[in-house]
Ligand binder design. Structure first.
Ligand code: 26Q
Length: 818
């Protein structure tokens, strides 16, 4: 007998109320009158899930029937943000849910606040993965996102005396209504031990005798497409101790040791490394990487492919997209499975593997290129190390064939580096193994080919391509900026949310005074909303009549928050020194949001300085009503959704050639902020699209940066020759922001004067000039508004839907299956 498929509850207010109360009573186990807000939130989430469930099950069945080629997106990070509103929106339930809860006497806004966002990522790379799974579902591409279900996500940041203090992010502690654990579908993952050779009918083969195992338990998350009835899966792995392992120790009578083993295993998925751009080479991190890719490959081969599948045809069924080098150990893992477990010849296995992977690089910083010491890798994954050596030998042999015994070239291209210690260069492994290698913005992809991977570009030029990043318009326009969304829909009709190029239609409206007025009202409303959020959250006050000048992103020297600080101090200094009066200055509120990696001392000092400058500026009657510095702690996706729609000015001021793409830059432009920025990353493409008149460009270009290094950069020359700069730096040095203590910020200043790797001082005067142009432009509010609208109209290109279509055309060749 065919069983009836599950059906969704009725899409009416009554249907919703019924399902909600049923969840509250039967799943949560409380009556409405006795329920806490958290109970109600959990029941609400459960109800939304119930509506999506039929679609989800249906999609899984359909994908199974179709056996179409799938994308497996392998990412160590997914910075998802809150789920409730996104899932309500996708399922068209927002209004129904709001009314239904009202009937139960509950304000849905109160429940929204209960959700702790899953912060399973550090910044751009993790957020990009979250945008991509949204677009994959919305476009109907057969795909699975694979990652790690960290028990603790990115730390919660607080400030104590202006300095960052990190707190654990126990995001699961009040329940996790969006995930479905499947312990029965666990994969066993092995580590350690040794390899041995054996005779296989006259052929000597190698095999792995592992030392220990853990279990990888999948937790499935729904990823609903927008208004298309599709629900994809995000599968995040949790590490738990294997029963066998436990049992053996239990039987030996050592209870404490058994518990220790359990803890040891579960450590693997315990915490997200809060490092961004500076890989540390820690063993646990390698364990995490192997843990999740081995589980994902195992899952795909065992559970997604049919039992009788001939793996020779694997490239017809899957492309594993490597989100940076973090999952690259998947390459030797697939080789191991094919050769050691499925009996493939090496060359056949390599031919398959090379078609099944593609690699996205997200950096240009040399120190961000991940390497693993051969020592560590050999201890943790001895068989994989052998496989990597063999891949390298074969590859270098090909290089020799092509270029002769050019030993320098061979050494430069070797997957194994020798200095300062013998190590595996993961980006090189990914490049050799991948069918395609892409950068994340035009400039970045070009610099990859010209610099970071230059020899590889000469060797296989056809591998290299670009896919410029994008952001999901569902979360970052529709949800984050509902009043703007309404205004756009009023002007252009619905449909732009899934076809962002339609925003072009707003160009015509930029010339319409009535539309401009409405847009200005939207912006003003968003500022008031932000003011109330910051007031409630942090006790901060935002004045309605200030320009909001915003810099939110991870704290890193290359992003140059210091340049922003020097601008603020310069403005302040002009007034306190009498070179300007407060009335000469455009009233501005500077908003920062930034977390520093806990071990990154210079970044933490800069956070301290920003807070210290804020403390002084905000309390000095001389600049009252003119300058204000706000630094709400714990910047995350939830806060981004409030800050970005309110911004007037978007700060994208990295040293040219350092920011691979940036994605915040896109979110701001799409919400009608103007950018002050360098010619870096995707800023280049934003400026090309919006036009020079609607973008404040400053600073050296990448070739100019190179030229200055070549000539010899002496930052102190800039200090000596620029009065404003010298005065601002002297003010900091004097202890004006540290209660007279000159030592506190001395390391920052001496670094700028004598090292300044990111050329803050060299770009200072150009930046100050650009800010003067900003002030001038802002003085004409109506013209500013027109520019803001043009920014939105011309940035439809930056939808992550477009990025995904580019991946499909250039790399994956996996058509949607709607
Ligand atoms: C690696 C090994 C060990 C510990 C940590 C890491 C690690 C973790 C995260 C290394 C790098 C990251 C994150 C990098 C990142 O977010 N890169 C950003 O990616 C964005 C999306 O492509 C770009 O827009 C940004 O320009 C880029 O900086």
């Amino acid at each position: 007998m065919a069983l009836a498929p599950v059906s969704a509850p009725l899409s009416t207010v009554d249907g919703f109320v019924k399902q909600f109360l049923q969840n509250l009573n039967f799943d949560i186990g409380v009556s409405l009158s006795a329920s806490s807000r958290n109970d109600q939130y959990l029941a609400l989430a459960g109800t939304v899930r119930d509506y999506l469930m039929a679609r989800w099950l249906d999609d899984q069945r359909r994908q199974n029937d179709l056996q179409a080629k799938s994308v497996c997106y392998l990412s160590a990070e997914y910075l998802l943000g809150r789920q409730l509103d996104n899932n309500l929106l996708a399922a068209r339930l927002t209004d129904i849910a709001t009314d239904a809860l009202a009937e139960c006497g509950i304000r849905i806004d109160d429940l929204r606040e209960m959700e702790v966002e899953p912060g399973l990522g550090n910044g751009g790379l993790g957020r990009l993965a979250a945008c991509f799974v949204d677009s994959l579902a919305t476009l109907g591409v057969p795909s699975i996102g694979y990652g790690i279900r960290y028990e603790y996500g990115i730390f919660r940041q607080t400030f104590v005396d202006g300095q960052q203090v990190e707190q654990p992010d126990a995001w699961l502690s009040l329940g996790s209504p969006w995930s479905f654990p499947h312990p029965e579908a666990a994969q066993q993952i092995s580590f350690g031990g040794h390899t041995e050779t054996y005779d296989d009918r006259g052929v000597t083969r190698s095999r792995w005798i592992p030392g220990w195992n853990v279990k990888a338990v999948p937790y499935n998350y729904m990823v609903p497409g927008y208004h298309n009835g599709r629900v994809n899966t995000l599968r995040l792995w949790r590490a738990v101790a294997t029963d066998a392992f436990d049992l053996r120790i239990f039987n030996s009578g050592d209870y404490e040791e058994a518990v220790r083993a359990q803890t040891f295993a579960e450590n693997i998925s315990k915490v997200l490394y809060p490092e961004d751009s500076t890989p540390q080479g820690k063993e646990l991190r390698l364990q995490q990487q192997y843990f999740f890719v081995a589980a994902s490959i195992g899952d795909f081969l065992d559970n997604v492919l049919p039992g009788d599948f001939d793996l020779t045809n694997l490239p017809d069924r899957v492309i594993f997209q490597l989100n940076d080098t973090h999952p690259v150990i998947a390459v030797p893992e697939l080789m191991r499975v094919l050769v050691d477990e499925r009996g493939f010849e090496w060359d056949a296995a390599w031919a398959i593997t090379q078609q099944c992977f593609a690699y996205t690089c997200h950096t240009l910083l040399p120190e961000a290129l991940e390497v693993w010491s051969v020592d560590l890798l050999g201890r943790l994954l001895p068989r994989h190390l052998e496989i990597i050596y063999r891949i390298n030998d074969d590859f270098l042999e090909e290089v020799r064939e092509r270029f002769g015994d050019d030993e320098l070239r061979i050494r430069n291209m070797s997957i194994i580096g020798e200095h300062p210690y013998r190590s595996v260069r993961m980006a090189y492994l990914a490049t050799v193994a991948g069918a395609k290698v892409n950068g994340v913005a035009e400039l970045h992809s070009q610099l990859l080919r010209d610099k970071v991977l230059h020899d590889f570009d000469e060797f296989f030029p056809e591998k290299f391509t670009n896919v410029t990043n994008g952001v999901t318009p569902r979360r970052f326009i529709r949800l984050a900026n509902p009043t703007l969304a309404e205004l756009i829909t009023e002007a252009l009709g619905a449909g732009w949310t899934v076809d962002l190029d339609r925003l072009r239609g707003l160009e015509a409206f930029a010339a319409d005074p009535e539309f401009r007025e409405k847009f200005a009202a939207v912006k003003a409303g968003n500022k008031r909303r932000l003011a109330s959020v910051l007031h409630e959250r942090d006790g901060l006050t935002v004045s309605d009549d200030h320009m909001l000048d915003v810099m939110v992103k991870r704290l890193h020297e290359y992003k140059r928050q210091m340049l922003k600080v020097l601008h603020i101090v310069t403005e302040y200094d002009k007034i306190v020194s009498g070179r300007a009066t407060a009335a000469d200055i455009t009233p501005r509120t500077f908003i920062f949001g930034a977390k520093a990696a806990p071990g990154y001392a210079m970044a933490k000092r800069i956070i301290h300085l920003i807070n210290a400058v804020g403390e002084v500026v905000n309390n000095d009657p001389l600049v009252e009503g003119r300058l204000k510095v706000l630094f709400p702690p714990n910047y995350n996706v939830t806060l981004a959704e409030r800050v970005i729609p309110a911004a007037d000015l978007s700060e994208q001021i990295s040293l040219a050639g350092k920011e691979a793409s940036g994605t915040g830059n896109m979110k701001f432009a799409l919400n009608g902020a103007l950018t002050v920025g360098t010619d870096d990353g995707a800023n280049v493409e934003i400026r090309e699209l919006v036009g020079d008149d609607n973008f404040f460009l400053f600073g050296m270009s990448e070739p100019e940066v190179e030229a200055l290094w070549a000539k010899g950069y002496k930052p102190s020359d800039f200090y000596q020759s620029d009065d404003n700069l010298r005065s601002a730096m002297d003010l900091i040095a004097s202890g004006a922001f540290s209660g007279g203590d000159r030592s506190v910020f001395e390391p920052i200043l001496s670094n700028l004067l004598y090292d300044d790797r990111f050329m803050v001082l060299a770009d200072y005067s150009s930046y100050i000039d650009a800010q003067a142009r900003v002030d001038l432009a802002y003085a004409d509010q109506d013209a500013w508004t027109r520019s803001a609208i043009l920014n939105i109209a011309r940035c439809g290109f930056f939808s992550s839907d477009r990025s995904i279509k580019d991946y499909i055309d250039r790399i994956w060749h996996t058509p949607p299956t709607l």
